[in-house]
Ligand binder design. Structure first.
Ligand SMILES: *Cc1c(COP(=O)(O)O)cnc(C)c1O
Length: 376
């Protein structure tokens, strides 16, 4: 049985007429950049995320970059982020000639460990970027408290976590100064190319983000500040407007799939041999405490398991094999490898299994049986 890591065609098939109509409508309008579809998408996102401002941008990476520009990250400024995330989280700091400062992960969620943040703060620290990894909120309460105490900005990387609640009942993207999201096709809400979003509840930052998106010009051709081309395509917004009403249903399916995996792994007696992901806000009466952008297990002999699964036609992927403190491009930061035991463990043992909404029970069963065949 074939079980791909992700099957975007399956999702498209369920909504093809509405999507095709939206694509044709944009084609006929020949209105390609920003415009009414993007404005509608931003309105929809304000409502969905529960924030005052939502600004469509060109990608999740650009969302992070424009956010750091909006909070005035300058050369030499230090920005704290987890060492274990997608590269963009740290890359954007260096692109502004800031200095990324890496923090080890929490051993249960693999999100940034708030207890390890304060020891990294210096007089040059300007901001913290918590990442809501795999679709579960980072622990924002202590992070925001630390930021307040040291007068730091908080930029949330919610690329894997759109629509996720933190334990206070508010959705991610509302806790920091700016929230960043990605609509890359493999995220829970994906468009038909690159796309992203920044959110804020601060009117001044909201206005500044809008100006930075169009090269910093306001009015057009008059520049008090320097921005970039961070504009979103109308086609992407039109696709997102069709898809957004389905997002909670997809996230629910991902959770059901995750619960089934967990149940089957336990029934097969693999708990312990396979470390299972934990939704730590489970049972707090919230809906989307974990939306499983990825269902990530930890196993010994991970690399052999990948090969075995591949032979069984099961897709899997390592998110992420190299934490930032081990990346060649950050060698000059002289990070100490022994400062990051949790992230190192994750990098060496993590494996993401197929979790997309359209996955069948039969496929999940087959994946669990195959893992058992390898381990058992
Ligand atoms: C995907 C992702 C990004 C980047 O988003 P793009 O839209 O691909 O640029 C940033 N951070 C995290 C944690 C991501 O998963």
């Amino acid at each position: 049985m074939k079980v791909p890591l992700l099957d975007l065609k399956a999702q498209y098939r369920t909504m093809k007429p509405a999507i095709d109509e939206a694509l044709i409508r944009v084609a006929e309008s020949q209105y390609f950049i920003l415009g009414p579809d993007v404005e509608q998408m931003e309105k929809n996102m304000c409502e969905y995320i529960g924030c005052r401002h939502a600004i469509g941008v060109s990608s999740g990476t650009d969302a992070l970059l424009i956010a750091l520009m909006a909070i005035d990250i300058k050369p030499g400024d230090e920005v704290i982020c987890p060492t274990y995330s997608f590269f963009a989280t740290a890359g954007v700091i260096s692109r502004l000639n800031g200095i990324p400062v890496f923090v080890d992960s929490d051993p249960v969620t693999f999100n940034i460990n708030p207890a390890k943040i304060e020891e990294k703060i210096t007089s040059r620290t300007k901001a913290i970027i918590p990442v809501h990894l795999y679709g579960q909120s980072a622990d924002m309460e202590p992070i925001v408290a630390i930021a307040k105490k040291h007068n730091l900005k908080v930029v949330e990387d919610g690329a894997q976590a759109i629509g996720v609640h933190y334990k206070d009942g508010r959705k991610v993207g509302n806790h920091g100064d700016i929230g960043c999201f990605s609509f890359f096709p493999s995220k829970n809400l994906g468009c038909f190319g690159d796309g992203g979003l920044v959110t804020t509840n601060d009117d001044e930052l909201g206005a500044k983000l809008r100006i930075l998106r169009v090269h910093g010009g306001k009015p057009k051709y008059y520049h008090k500040i320097i921005g970039g081309n961070f504009r979103l395509d109308a086609i992407q917004a039109a696709v997102l407007n069709v898809k957004l009403p389905y997002l909670d249903g997809w996230s629910e399916k991902r959770r059901q799939n995750a619960n089934l995996y967990t149940k089957l792994f336990k029934e097969e007696g693999l708990e312990g041999k396979v470390e299972l992901p934990k939704a730590i806000y489970d049972g707090m009466g919230l809906k989307n405490y974990h939306i499983y952008n990825q269902y990530v297990i930890r196993v010994e002999k991970r690399d052999e398991l990948i090969k075995f699964l591949k032979e069984k036609e099961i897709g899997s992927e390592i998110y992420y094999p190299v934490p930032f403190h081990r990346q060649e491009c950050f060698a000059d930061l002289k990070c100490k490898d022994e400062d990051y035991p949790v992230a190192n463990y994750a990098a060496e043992h993590s494996l993401a299994l197929p979790i997309f909404p359209e996955l069948t029970e039969e496929q999940i069963n087959y994946v669990v049986k195959s893992v058992k065949a390898f381990i058992g």
